[in-house]
Design a protein around this ligand. Structure first.
Ligand code: BGC
Length: 752
């Protein structure tokens, strides 16, 4: 195994002037000698003081020795508003408005490594302006469940796409002198019972699907810190999981930095100390005085504490602390970050259907914009992923601005009630799944008002989707239905005026079975950051061509998706006890921490079985031949792309392919070419096909380019559970090239 890890690492070595090649992780050890000298000067109390929170968003340094505190910042899409020292309540600052970048699924819909890198630089830079050392992101878990409360935070259902983007995000942030804290390690795929659920899965699925996005960011990106997730994996909490933290992360991947438990996700002193945690966030009940006491009794050694402090100090030394009088002197949000947010938004929007209504025709003079989601701001809410944005252009604002320039009249009607916004987890008296559903029926008066507007218009733009009360950290959706009677409304609108485009403002997939037949055009517009409305208007009016591709499958119905079809979610054995749904219950609030722990321990233990194995997302739909509503990788354009035949060869441990791509349209446009592989004669079990490479290509109208792509052979290996190691199966490999997982245009075969 060791050999294999070395081989892997060698692919990402960088030249160093004196000592030869050094891996990104090994660079963290450059100051070890100095660090050891510092540790030798520290008292045990000073060292242990570094192993837990100092404030809600910092852990301590040692002032006496000139070691600065470590300052953390949520979240993945923008530097979070400054909170009170010991809570998330606003500190009431005025210079802490940040750039709100498009959320995770939107970034992933760009399929752009270049943009993921830029995104990281924007985040890294704004973190510095706020005096932060570590960004609590990127959030890179696989989107296993369509209902997942954090689907919008995470990137994709596919590990290759997620890994490529998480690597670039990491590089971008860290190139700006800020550390990432990549999260949530690992197998954090549901919010239901997230504080106690045990994700039970086989090693092959773990390695090939769920660990990939972390692996690349750590090995190739040199990610400096990692946040173990709330849940358990195969019996042990992630914050004290020997297999994840010590064997894989540090042992196999050579991680040299430090781990920070998710907030409230530390569970014991011995478990955390022995099995890989460095910092308890928040609190000190496990990694404070109990560590000192355990050393006194001989249960723990001071050497172990030294090792943990060394790992923290490596990052502390790699990241320059921002002096207090330099931090927070200007507004966090910067024009170049706003520009990056706009670029990402422009390339993320996915055109799902178009019977000719888009781009909006020149003779359209009156537009009816219908639906609360046209005026929805998506920056705040969602707990750790909320951003206090300097500004946010809503869809309606973007449309009105562009329409005014074009001399088009726009009228707006809300169409349905605002979906009540609620912070935090579900109230204790409600089933968390129940609380997140919104079964409110259509409001007849609002429908009538919207229909009247639709009748007068040349074109109707219907805005549906969800909001951050429905899709949020802390709970999963009960279903993926469009809420608030949106289906009824859109049907009435279509009847009144069939010139109708539906725009979906949501982070995850929704059930479109009723909306699709009454929508001649459909656009997935995401929660698209500070400039989301600007980018959307540009796409609708044809100033730019849509080029986003779905990072996850839109199932026709929830029950078609793998974890549901296998009966794995929701947990068939009942909810069990979960810290995050119980901690607001009055009787639980009155308990001491010990009583609360005892109470939680007495409750049934929730489990999530991953018996669908590696058949996640399209791997499942393709293999089981279940037709989705829209497949993974899918997205239309205003032009047609022609793919030329594939030339393929295997050279230097890499499958190399080239082909020509032609823009057969009248607009300049981007295509995301996708390369899947299938193994027709394999003895090993595989999904029907798997994504292995992709490339976003920009082509002027009528232009043809030769495009190259590469698949490193190491990415074609499988985890052999017999030998407990990666294996490459030699033989025939079919290469499938196209514009989405179900639009394969060219094929070729190579032997590996
Ligand atoms: C979330 C993390 C977040 C942390 C701090 C937790 O509830 O799971 O993603 O970084 O809070 O806000």
């Amino acid at each position: 195994m060791k050999k294999l890890v070395l081989f892997l690492a060698s692919a990402v070595l960088v030249a160093s002037a004196c000592n030869g090649p050094v891996s990104p992780q090994d660079r963290l050890t450059a100051n070890d000698q100095k660090i050891n000298e510092l540790i030798a000067q520290m008292t045990l109390e000073e060292k242990v003081n570094m192993l837990h929170s100092k404030t809600n968003m910092s852990s301590a340094g040692v002032e006496r020795l000139g070691i600065a505190d470590m300052n953390y910042a949520d979240g993945p899409f923008g530097i979070r508003e400054e909170g009170q020292p010991h809570s998330f309540q606003s500190a009431g600052w005025t210079l802490d408005s940040a750039t709100y970048f498009p959320t995770g699924s939107a970034l992933a819909a760009t399929w752009s490594e270049e943009l993921a890198y830029k995104y990281g630089t924007g985040m890294g830079k704004e973190a510095r302006l706020r005096g932060k050392d570590v960004i609590l992101g990127p959030a890179v878990n696989i989107q296993r469940l369509p209902v997942g409360g954090r689907t919008y935070e995470y990137l994709s259902e596919d590990p290759i796409l997620s890994a490529a983007l998480s690597l670039q995000y990491t590089l971008g942030v860290q190139d700006k002198g800020t550390a990432v804290c990549i999260k949530h390690f690992a197998v954090n795929n549901q919010e239901t019972n997230r504080g106690s659920v045990d994700a039970q899965l086989d090693e092959r699925t773990l390695r090939e699907i769920y660990l990939k996005p972390f692996e690349r960011a750590i090995i190739e990106g040199g990610a400096m810190s990692v946040m173990p997730a709330y849940n358990k994996v195969n019996g042990d909490y992630c914050s004290e999981n020997e297999h994840l933290l010590n064997e894989i992360l540090r042992g196999e991947w050579g991680f040299k930095g430090f781990t920070v438990s998710d907030w409230g996700g530390t569970h014991s002193t011995m478990g955390a100390m022995l099995h890989g945690l460095n910092v308890q966030m928040t609190g000190s009940n496990y990694l404070g005085q109990p560590v000192i006491d355990s050393i006194a009794t001989g249960a723990l050694t001071e050497d172990l504490v030294d090792e943990k402090v060394r790992q923290i100090l490596r990052v502390r030394m790699a990241i320059e602390a921002v002096p207090a009088d330099v931090a927070n002197t200007v507004q966090t949000s910067q024009p170049e970050s706003q520009q990056i947010a706009l670029e990402v938004a422009r390339k993320s929007i996915v055109l799902l259907k178009n019977m000719g209504l888009l781009p909006i025709a020149k003779d359209v003079k009156k537009i009816a914009v219908i639906g609360q989601n046209a005026v929805l701001k998506t920056q705040s809410g969602g707990m750790g992923a909320g951003v206090k944005a300097l500004y946010e252009v809503t869809p309606l604002e973007g449309i009105c601005k562009r329409a005014a320039e074009l001399g088009i009249e726009v009228k707006y009607a809300p169409g349905y009630k605002t979906i009540a916004f609620r912070w935090g987890p579900a109230p204790a008296n409600l089933d968390p799944l129940e609380a997140r559903s919104n079964d409110e029926p259509a409001d007849p008066a609002l429908v009538a008002e919207a229909v009247a507007l639709a009748k007068e218009a040349d074109l109707v733009l219907f805005f549906g989707g969800t909001n951050k009360s429905i899709e949020t950290e802390g709970s999963d959706r009960k279903n993926i239905d469009l809420p608030c009677g949106q289906n009824e409304l859109v049907k009435a609108l279509f009847e009144a005026n069939p010139e109708l485009v539906s725009v979906l403002v949501s982070g995850g997939p929704t059930d479109l079975r009723e909306l699709e037949p009454v929508s001649p055009a459909i656009v997935q517009a995401w929660w698209n950051g500070t400039e989301g409305g600007t980018a959307l208007a540009e796409v609708l009016f044809g100033d730019i061509v849509p080029s986003g591709k779905l990072p996850f499958t839109f199932p026709k119905k929830l029950e078609d998706s793998p974890a549901y079809a296998m009966g794995n979610f929701p947990d068939p054995n009942g909810a069990g006890g979960d810290l995050f749904s119980l901690m607001f219950r009055p009787d639980v609030l009155k308990m001491t921490p010990e009583e609360r722990q005892k109470f939680l321990d007495s409750l049934p233990k929730p489990v999530s079985k991953y018996t669908e194995r590696f058949y996640v997302g399209y791997r499942w739909f393709d293999t089981k031949e279940i037709e989705p509503m829209y497949p993974f990788g899918y997205g239309l354009s205003y032009v047609y792309f022609e793919y030329g035949p594939i030339t393929a060869k295997v050279e230097k441990e890499t499958v190399k392919i080239s082909f020509t791509l032609h823009n057969d349209g009248e607009y300049d446009a981007d295509e995301v070419a996708q390369l899947y592989v299938s193994r027709p004669e394999s003895k090993v079990e595989w999904p029907v096909k798997e994504l292995k490479a992709f490339r976003r290509v920009t082509l002027n109208a009528g232009e043809t380019k030769t495009v190259t792509m590469e698949i490193p052979l190491k990415d074609l290996r499988y985890w052999n559970e017999g030998t407990n190691a990666w294996d490459l199966e030699h033989g025939k490999l079919q290469l499938l090239l196209g514009g989405s997982s179900d639009d394969i245009r060219e094929t070729a075969e190579v032997t590996i």
